[in-house]
Ligand binder design. Structure first.
Ligand code: TYM
Length: 344
């Protein structure tokens, strides 16, 4: 059951998103998420966190986790997030996320979670050995979003199902507790050529941190030689590039490389093909490598520089957490009152 759709959320518009500190960030994370955060911070009140609670749904070395968290913060800043505009913080520093997640565990239905494809992919064949946290992971994600009453969430396409679940949870909470419009029905911001970047080795597989092949992805910390070499070796087909976008159908690797060029150069695939249609990959790949190096190498350099001063990164994370708590704490307090908890 969902809420009455005629009663809509009236609060301010807010953007929220996060990235897990569990492995090197790659081009898919940058184009699907970080680049969008940077654009949105100028238009909305923006909350961008490091999803360390989500990271521990699979084993993380306690000796490395805090450093991995700083590394994501450095990637945010190096990509252009401004800590004066966006609140940048570790998820675990704002306890309201976990509190709301528990309440939502009691709102979400088992059947809803059973349909989540990412759990099936991540748990693999041995589902009974996966952590319970991995299973309820999308419920925590809904809490991350709704504890700020975020109205817009920029993510890559792989998060679409989790965003749909977030809307279902918001609607059911509002309905069950007779609190129409309390939580917004959040809009995912997924569109654009960067929403689904595929592996450089297989145009049918998503570019992913967990792919065993380093050649499948470009990492944000790769240097110019590594970037150019990975693009040179990227899988392609023998045909020249088509003149029009329709000609990319059935050519997943060509489609992916044209999409990456477009996303990096802020151009549509049609515009890229207007320049490169009829040309072979011998011409296109070096041009793509040039654009990728131009965009990514300065980000990697800035990240390295930021990581030399962990105390400054910690100051940014602490002040971001203060700003996040100032919004999240009243929302969790009000939620507890709505649920009827003692003393709330
Ligand atoms: P994570 O850490 O797996 O990925 C971070 C962001 O990168 C996007 N992404 C991609 N986009 C395009 N092409 C790809 N190949 C690609 N691979 C990854 C993801 O879609 C994501 O936007 N569950 C989230 C983290 C999270 C979150 C949230 C996000 C936790 N709570 C609340 C938004 C709102 C995750 O694991 O992302």
């Amino acid at each position: 059951m969902t809420e009455d759709p005629t009663v809509t959320y009236q609060g301010p518009e807010r953007v929220l998103s996060g990235v897990q500190p569990s492995g090197d960030l790659h081009l898919g994370n940058y184009l699907g998420a970080l680049k969008k955060f940077v654009d949105l911070q100028h238009r909305y009140e923006t909350f961008i966190f490091v999803a360390d609670l989500h990271a521990i749904t699979v084993w993380q070395d306690p000796k490395l986790l805090a450093a991995q968290t700083r590394e994501i913060a450095a990637a945010y800043l190096a990509s252009g997030l401004d800590p004066q505009k966006a609140a940048i913080f570790p998820q675990s520093a704002v306890t309201a996320h976990a509190e709301l997640a528990w309440i939502f565990n009691c709102v979400a239905r088992l059947g809803w979670l059973d349909r989540m494809t990412q759990f099936k992919d991540k748990a693999g064949k041995h589902k009974e050995r996966a952590s319970v946290g991995l299973y309820t992971y999308p419920v925590l994600q809904a809490a991350d979003i709704l504890v700020y009453k975020a109205t817009h969430v920029p993510v890559g396409e792989d998060q679409k199902q989790h965003l749909e679940l977030t809307r279902d949870i918001a609607g059911k909470f509002n309905h069950d507790f007779d609190a129409p419009g309390f939580f917004p029905l959040t809009e995912p911001l997924i569109q654009g050529p960067g929403a689904r970047i595929m592996s450089l080795r297989d145009g049918q597989a998503k570019m992913s941190k967990s792919d065993p092949s380093e050649q499948s992805r470009i990492n944000l910390l790769d240097d110019a030689d590594a970037i150019a070499q990975k693009i040179r070796r990227a899988k392609t087909d023998p045909e020249p590039l088509p003149e029009a976008v329709e000609g990319l159908a059935g050519r997943p690797e060509a489609d992916n490389l044209v999409g990456i060029y477009g996303a990096l150069a802020n151009r549509t695939k049609a515009e890229v093909l207007a320049d490169f249609g009829g040309k072979g990959f011998g011409v296109f790949k070096p041009a793509l490598a040039d654009v990728a190096v131009e965009v990514l190498v300065p980000i990697g350099q800035r990240m390295r520089q930021l990581l030399t001063d962990p105390a400054e990164l910690d100051r940014i994370l602490e002040s971001g957490a203060d700003r996040a708590r100032a919004v999240a704490d009243p929302v969790i307090a009000e939620t507890k009152r709505i649920v009827g908890f003692w003393g709330a």
